[in-house]
Design a protein around this ligand. Structure first.
Ligand code: NCD
Length: 293
């Protein structure tokens, strides 16, 4: 029994083995688990919650869904007590929370495996596995590719998690963000020290050289000033023409939801792989359930 709280919890070998396992599951291998998954989402979710529930059902498990709005949290019960109680009702806890460190705290409070489904602006390790799986599926490899990460690099946990995985695999990464939304320099330094990672950093939304363009929305809920979020959102919008000017075999990924950072005309272009990426959430999360059990 193990937790999955951060992408740091996995080394390259473990990631490769989870990707291989997800590939086998996608090709029809049955996953045979038992027990109950508790999905505990203290922040909104469509894909992560439903794909975990679907992955549990497809793997022979059942799930219970904790809903903060109609729970005793409303009577003032603490997060810690809630985790302790629900851990007695389930065998695996999948936790999403707006506060960084909340999933780690949950893991400290229970002996059951805890999977981080996103903690504030910090980490989202299962999304990273989906992203790496999508890159591998589309490009046959991860290392050596030119990968542009474009969007809110300051607040998006998907970006923080993914860049760690890409650094581990030796991809050539360009970090593109509006001014003021750059990735935290200490984090990039950590990756430099660990993996000799040296990304290109720019405020220009130019990805003409990229093999993979990974876009993530401006995380407006993490801004102190909603007007500032709106201003930067309008600055970074990708149009069909930008894609025509890029590499012919460009792959565009986005963890979704997308708002208006990608023009809807792009959805029909062959480069757009984000809906397929969302569907990879099932085999990856089945592989993760198997890994933590
Ligand atoms: C992401 C998240 O919650 O961090 N969504 C997801 O899990 N697919 C991305 C986002 O909300 O922008």
């Amino acid at each position: 029994m193990v937790d999955l709280i951060s992408i740091r919890d996995l080394d390259k070998k473990a990631i490769e083995s989870l990707i291989k396992s997800a590939q086998e599951i996608a090709e029809g291998r049955e996953v045979d688990l038992d027990g109950i998954v508790a999905t505990m989402f203290f922040e909104p979710s469509t894909r992560t919650k439903l794909s975990f529930q679907s992955a549990a059902l497809r793997s022979g498990m059942e799930y219970i869904d904790f809903q903060p709005e109609s729970s005793s949290l409303k009577k003032g019960e603490s997060y810690s007590d809630t985790i302790k109680v629900v851990s007695g009702y389930s065998d695996v806890l999948v936790v999403r929370h707006p506060k960084e460190g909340a999933a780690r705290l949950a893991a400290d409070l229970t002996d059951k495996p805890v999977i981080n489904a996103g903690d504030g602006a910090n980490q989202h390790p299962t999304q990273t596995l989906i992203d790496l799986f999508s890159i591998k599926k589309n490009k046959g490899r991860i290392g050596g590719l030119k990968i542009a990460l474009l969007g809110d690099l300051k607040h998006a946990r998907t970006m923080r998690s993914l860049v760690y995985g890409l650094a581990m695999f030796g991809s050539n990464v360009t970090l593109i963000s509006p001014e003021g939304l750059e990735m935290e320099p200490e984090y990039i330094k950590e990756l430099g020290d660990k993996f000799s990672f040296k990304p290109k950093i720019t405020n220009e939304p130019n990805f003409s050289e990229a093999d993979v363009l990974y876009v993530c929305r401006i995380q407006q809920e993490r801004f102190a000033d909603p007007y500032e979020a709106k201003r930067v959102t309008d600055q970074f919008r990708i149009k069909a023409q930008d894609i025509k000017d890029a590499k012919e075999d460009l792959v565009i990924l986005d963890p979704l939801p997308k708002l208006n950072e990608i023009d809807s005309a792009i959805d029909k272009m062959k480069q757009a792989k984000y809906f397929e990426q969302a569907h990879f959430g099932i085999p990856i999360r089945q592989a993760v359930l198997e890994y933590v059990r």
